[in-house]
Design a binder for this molecule. Sequence first.
Ligand SMILES: [Zn+2]
Length: 365
Amino acid sequence: MARETIEDAQRICAMEAPTGAEGPRGELVARLLAEAGAPAVETDAVGNVIARFGEDDAASPGARPPVVFAAHLDTVFAAGTPIAFVRDGDRLAAPGIGDNSLGVAALLHLARHLAGHPPARPIWLVATVGEEGLGDLRGAKALIADHELAAFVAVEGTMAESLVVGAVGSLRYRVTVRGPGGHSWGDRGTPSAVHALVRMLDAALAVVPADRDDVAFNVGTIAGGTTVNAIAAQASAVLDLRCGDEAALQAIARDVRAAFAAADDGLSVDVEQVGHRPGGALPAGHPLLHCARRARERANLPAADEVASSTDANAAHGAGIPALTVGISTGGNVHRLDEYLDLPPIADGLRALIALADEVSAAAF
Ligand SMILES: [Zn+2]
């Protein structure tokens, strides 16, 4: 059973899918889901591929909203990146093989199971777009905006040792300062966009609490000016603020944005939000968590570390939908060209995924 999934993962991986250009991979996955026995497969307006199970009486009053199992289609690799598979003992290396070709292939495995064992409640398998980079969870957010969901399970290729029960939230901004510019001597006294940006970044760094280990603030890039003896007419920076608590994230973000409010006369400052991954956590004791723990037991997997991370499940946490993330195997060098996947754990990871679907199918939430 693992061999079929490894072959599926390679077929998926071989079809490039940079964030924002997932279309061809989406078409492939839609075809594979139909071949796996999904009774209804559709592609939505943003490019998510959705396979619905257990909906025979969905039109009847009182039909329950679906539980979603989602795996992202996109990769961090640019169009044209060569995809070669390198097998080394129990490892298989290729760009994107674990993140997230294996996760999508696991959905196909789950589709074959559900086709033979129709669930007692609606279960949707969704291959999403826009999870990586500045995709900003576009697919997961659209799915959640368009449909009422009972729960959301994100499936990742290489996170099998942990259950991701919390979402580290992030807010991302591009700050741009503009001014008149001029000659560094002849126009001395004219405000500089670079000087102003540096001062404001310093103020922003000062307002982020340094004593919380669940907060991170990163000035990822800065750019500006044209040459040594010209007053900079333009300067910009891209910022990433993260926090495990959504309310605290929003409060710190307000303080950070305020640091960019006071520019010198003659300068303009533009703060553009370029990303938001909501933070949150599955409430302790939620039945979905019990389902996930029991599923691991049924697959003879050890109890998992219960951790926080950043996945498609963030979008669900932001909307108050119970959510977690499960992994299928382990691996390493994620987001690198030499990314690899460990093959032996896949079989147990697939067993745990099927057990989770069966647990969820029988659960009352
Ligand atoms: Zn990734």
